[in-house]
Design a protein around this ligand. Structure first.
Ligand code: TYD
Length: 233
């Protein structure tokens, strides 16, 4: 980690970090998945959804940005933009989609006992992508989220960690058209990995680092272990 990065992390006070808490609905859980392109989030989300349903939980899978009619408009505005967005604009658009999703869907669903909401990307994406890769700084992102409902964080976040090389190999194999972020260069990806590392250091209890270089079944085993731990305690 660079000297500048360490200095900027020291400026983030515990009081600020303490303002980020999971929503308190007894018997319900909020979970997110994070990682760079090709980390395998979608595969793991399908597997744990099946597992949770087999244990009689109501399960909802949401994605960010999006998940509400307004959020989906923001999603397409961001990912299909032909002009480069200012990082501040970008960060606020993602936060706007998030606030709307929390208000319209996540909190209402979690208020029903025995529900698990699984979010494909959440605040750690904003820390990594806009905070570090787009250079706004992690503190700027946390300050932006330091109000209800944006200060609500998952009970558990799985950071599926892969190397940049693995990400690129998996993207080549998929051969899908690239969106706004996927067409960025290698330096951008390096910064993303650093951004996730910083998020992990700031929220070590919430974020579980999973080695996603391994095959899908092994990754699932590690994810399940942490998940069962959450559900049983
Ligand atoms: P998506 O196609 O959902 O990506 P993936 O399949 O990799 O999850 O597109 C979402 C893109 O938006 C993705 O490149 C990450 C980026 N993003 C941010 O930059 N900041 C954010 O806060 C969020 C939620 C996503």
């Amino acid at each position: 980690m660079s000297y500048d990065t360490l200095c900027s992390m020291e400026q983030i006070e515990q009081d600020l970090l303490n303002n980020f808490r999971p929503p308190a609905f007894p018997g319900s859980f909020f979970i997110s998945f994070e990682g760079i392109e090709g980390a395998g989030k979608s595969t793991q989300i399908i597997k744990i959804k099946d597992y949770l349903e087999s244990k009689n939980y109501r399960v909802l899978v949401l994605r960010e940005p999006g998940g509400t009619p307004f959020g989906e408009k923001l999603r397409s505005a961001i990912l299909n933009t032909k002009t480069t967005l200012h990082p501040v604009a970008e960060a606020h658009l993602f936060a706007a989609s998030r606030a709307q999703l929390l208000e319209e869907v996540t909190l209402k669903e979690l208020s029903v006992p025995n529900t698990v909401v699984i979010c494909d990307r959440y605040i750690d994406s904003t820390m990594a992508y806009q905070g570090i890769a787009r250079n706004l700084g992690i503190k700027t992102i946390l300050d932006m989220h330091n109000c209800f409902p944006l200060n609500l964080v998952p009970h558990l976040t799985f950071y599926l960690k892969i190397s940049i090389e693995t990400s690129q190999e998996r993207q080549k194999m998929r051969n899908a058209p690239k969106d706004y972020f996927e067409s960025q260069g290698i330096e951008f990806y390096r910064n993303l990995v650093e951004g996730y590392e910083q998020a992990y250091q700031l929220f070590p209890k919430r974020i579980k680092l999973i080695d996603a270089e391994k095959n899908g079944d092994e990754v699932y085993k590690s994810v399940l272990k942490e998940l069962v731990n959450l559900l049983e305690n």
